[in-house]
Every structure is written in structure tokens, then in C-alpha cells.
Design a protein around this ligand. Sequence first.
Ligand code: CP
Ligand code: NVA
Length: 306
Amino acid sequence: MATRHFLTLLDLSSDELSYLIRRAITIKNGLKTHGPTYTPFSNRTLAMIFEKSSTRTRVSFETAMAQFGGHALFLSSRDTQLGRGEPVEDTARVLSEMVDAVMIRTFSHQGLEAFAAASTVPVINALTDDYHPCQLLADVMTWTELRGYVRGKTAVWIGDGNNMCHSWINAARQFDFQLRVCCPEGYEPRQDILDAAGDRVVVLHDPQQAAENADLITTDVWASMGQEEEQAKREADFAGFQVTEALLDRAAKDVLFLHCLPAHRGEEISETLLDDPRAPVWQEAGNRLHAQKALLEFLLLGRIES
Ligand code: CP
Ligand code: NVA
């Protein structure tokens, strides 16, 4: 059977993704009840390649492997031959001889695809300039835990049409909800990704209008990793796109606010938004652990139906 990779949410079927969300909730409950006694990955190894900074992604994948009885290797491009120009395809072939799966956080999505094409073990996208699908597993899991189901609901993305926004668009397709993307002119998501989502996604430019009756509102930093030099220009361009408690008041009564984190208080969100009971962002961050356990288990062992 061909090796399955997880480079975007489109690599799994809607049915498989829904399974992953259910399975992640089951795994989380099992951990709470029995502690880390489920260890299906005895002697299995995950290589984790990081070309950008990370807190949540590194800790969640490393902890997932440890709790599952396996091992995770942290590989920074600075300290490996990747940083000295060894081709990604050669690195992929070498790692495939030794480890059971590879997780990569990098800049170029094409580079990630080249790695995956040469890899005979599953490759997981842990963020590229274009997508962050692992975050969406945790986000949809959190939304499902708190509201029961997401199908037919309305989510609102406020901010940059970036990697997170692209993954929200793919999530709208795969989990069958409506998405309003609200961004300043010139910061729209990629047109081909929008086109593929058809009428599930609309693009707006007025946050007040976008928030109206929303079931969920989410945002992200205005300048992503690699865009640090654009910070000042972006702060000016995104004025008026800050998510505040007052903006949430325009949404549905039981609206949820999510943020992939790290957050910049006083920029894309108000100073106090993360203290609002409508913002379960710590639960969302914690769900990275459980969602990625479900993903790793699926890629290495297949479905575990109860
Ligand atoms: N949300 C997220 O991916 O966080 P890190 O950059 O800390 O991994
Ligand atoms: N859009 C952000 C997400 C960080 C988790 C970035 O790429 O820096």
C-alpha cells in the first residue's frame, strides 16, 4: 500500500478526518482516566525537522511519542546536513531507512512535497508558509468537544490570508461548514485555494459584518514567521482588524474564539481577549497533543475502531 502523508487536510478523506476527531477525543479521555498506559508505539521513532521556531508543535509531538511508548528526535536544520545543503530527497531517503515517520516544519510547501515524494515513511506537515493542517485537527476537535458538531455552522477568519487561513478553508471543505474570511484588501488567501472551496467560503473586508451571528471566530498573528520585516507595514494595514470582546458580542450567543497561538495581545487581539470565557485557547493548545496522537496512530497503524 502507498505511504500516506499528511501535507494538507486534503490528504485524508472527510470520513477519515471525522474519524480522527472522534479518535482524538477518545484518546484524550483515556489519558485522563487511565494515565499514559496506552503504548502502541513501543520502539517506534518520529523524526521532527524544525526550520522555524515552535513551542506547541514540538512539545505536543514529542510528548505524544513519549506517552505512546516511542521516541521523538528533534532535528534542527542548523545542526543537520540539511542546513549545509544536503538535498531534501536524500535526507528523506536516509530517514526512511531508520525512522517510522517524519514531521517537518519548514518554509517552502514545495520543499515539503519533494521530501514526501522521496520518503517511504509517512510525512506530516507541522507548518509551511502555505498550510498548518495539524493545528486544524486540534481546532476542529476543540469546536466539536464544546459544541457537539461543526457541520453546517459558520466560522469567521479575521486577519491575514495566511497558512492558517488556507487550512481553515480546507477545513470548511472537509468538515462541511461555512467560512467567512475577513481580511484587509491585498491580504486575501490564495485564489486557487478559495476557488477549490466554492461557495463554502466567502471573502469580506468588514470585521463587524463578518462577525454577525458567527458560531466561531478565529484569527492569527498579522506577520507570520519569515515576515518579520513587514511587521510595521502590516500593523498599519491591519488596523481595524483586531478581535475584541465587543466584536465577539456581535456573534452568536455561544460563539467560541480560537487562536493557534502564539498571540500578540494588543495587536490581532485585545489585551484581555484570552481571559474571556468564550476563548478556550488553552484547551485548544492542549488538544494538539491528543489530535496528533490520533494522526500518528492512523498513519502508522490505521484505524482503531471501537
Ligand atoms: N500553534 C503552533 O503551531 O504553535 P508553535 O509555533 O508554538 O508550534
Ligand atoms: N501564521 C503563523 C502561525 C504560527 C503557528 C506563522 O506561520 O508564523
